[in-house]
Design a protein around this ligand. Sequence first.
Ligand code: SF4
Ligand code: SF4
Length: 368
Amino acid sequence: MTEPRLIDTRALRSLLGALIRDFRAFGPVDSDGVPAFAPLGAVSELRLDLDPTHLSAREFFLPPKETLLSFALSENENGTKSAVTTAVVEAKEQVLIGLKPCDIHAVALMDSVMAAGVPDVNYQKRRAATIIVGAECTPDDTCFCASLGTEQVKEDSGFDLFIHELKRGAIIRVGTERGAKLLKKYAWGRRATKAELEGLTRYYESKLAAFTAKLNTPKEELPAVLAASDESPVWGEIGALCTGCGACNHVCPTCYCFDVRDALTSDQKSAERYRVWDGCTLDDFTLVAGGHNFRRTRAERLRHRFNRKLNYGVKKFDSLFCVGCGRCSRTCLVGINITEVTNSLIKEARGVDKVAGKEAGKARTKSD
Ligand code: SF4
Ligand code: SF4
């Protein structure tokens, strides 16, 4: 594997400029004051200094709406009808520039989900056609990735190239052969020295100190905290606030639920089967035949969502399914904050321990 390289500021600009010129490139821009992924036309549009984008990069691998099958219906002269079904798999080459460490961890989680059982071909082809160029970040007051160990990408994997910007240039880590080829072609620089790499270690130590949002327990304890929270009054409290808008699902980089629908054209000669993002906080997510809804209340739906992020994934994929990006907290219009809610549950779980199994919620105050 290629050792980290050091390039100067001019070479960094030329690397980014070449990627933007030679590929369909997307990266964070300032979209009317909101950090958002957008198509890039010039390096000057790219903003690696912004807070995490409003939406994650999920849309580039799993678009909000995607055709899976197309049907062409025909009738021969004898009146016999037939249908030709074609699988639709669209995967154009693209470069995503500026994925933060938490987002790179999220893509790895999505990869494991989409490879499990029957592999999701549409996702996998698009993923293979995507070059990922990661970049460092500065936490805002909602980021809590350090509590989940996703504040840095420790292994050289999950990205093709990763940019650590310095005052006069950048250290570029190389994660794939494809990344090495691109770097050689556009801005090879020189091998980073031991002292320069030690500077990165010091940077990560100082980054840890910059987080204000934190979970009050080691991440390994979270599944047990959630498992013990079934009867917690927290769910009722946040359920009473929640509007069921689904925004927390839609901004989350690790939510992957979708609904599959069919649509017929008005001449009834063709049709498509497509999928659209779905979300477990939406009122009709668990609505089934006969009008039965097996998670009727918003409290139940939020309890499910929190368990999906901090508990259930461990059994199935050996990982939590939250990367601490803070998007759900930033987005929720009624102020439901995943760090605060989880810390309330942690406090309750400790209360249960302390009072030998008595109802933990009694020790909880509004200020929790
Ligand atoms: S964003 Fe907030 S209000 Fe909307 S569904 Fe999620 S928790 Fe409920
Ligand atoms: S649950 Fe919230 S903080 Fe965790 S990954 Fe999803 S959006 Fe980010």
